[in-house]
Design a protein around this ligand. Structure first.
Ligand code: FES
Length: 184
């Protein structure tokens, strides 16, 4: 008699455990099935991934003295080819002429491509798109609150405190620019 009672008592926790485990597993499966659509939604689709990729810019049609605007990651960037006079006027500027000093070499394309400037087309004050001007050494004038940048996008005066930022870029040939990476 006592043996039977002992056996049943030993089995009861086992059955209860099974119910607990089974209920717990159902709960986990239920939570996973509810969470999956949300997790699935968080995966970036192909268009989003493509939007972050580097872009190629064909420079063949851009003459000295011209600027074009391209879009990378949904934001505008100026690609500007300077004339020799424009480079010379920017070279004459000193530390006291600008609010954030940066040597001109750091603002131009590089050893082989010194006449190109690639900068963000959003003013560093509140984000307006500055107008291209050519009143050397001024190169951009922001229509919103009057910030003025030099030919290489360095801030000369106005409420903006910093230069137009440079995106990562690399020239893969004399006529092809890639914005979005500095690796050839
Ligand atoms: S947004 Fe350019 S000066 Fe204010």
């Amino acid at each position: 008699m006592s043996d039977t009672t002992t056996t049943e008592n030993e089995e009861l926790p086992t059955r209860r455990d099974f119910i607990y485990v089974a209920t717990g597993m159902l709960g986990v499966i239920g939570a996973a099935s509810v969470a999956w659509p949300f997790i699935d939604q968080m995966r970036p689709d192909a268009a989003v991934l493509a939007a972050g990729q580097p872009i190629d810019v064909n420079l063949e049609a851009v003459e000295p003295g011209q600027a074009i605007t391209v879009t990378w990651r949904g934001k505008p960037y100026f690609v500007r080819r300077l004339t020799e006079d424009e480079i010379a006027s920017a070279s004459e500027l000193g530390e006291g002429d600008m609010k954030e000093f940066a040597p001109i070499e750091t603002r131009l394309g590089g050893e082989e491509v010194k006449d190109w400037v690639i900068v963000s087309a959003n003013c560093t004050h509140l984000g307006c798109v500055p107008k291209v001007i050519d009143t050397k050494p001024e190169g951009w004038n922001c229509p919103c609150h009057g910030s003025v940048f030099d030919m290489t996008g360095r801030i000369l005066r106005g409420p903006a405190a910093t230069n137009l930022p440079l995106p990562p870029y690399v020239f893969t040939s004399a006529t092809n620019l890639v914005i979005g990476t500095d690796q050839a």
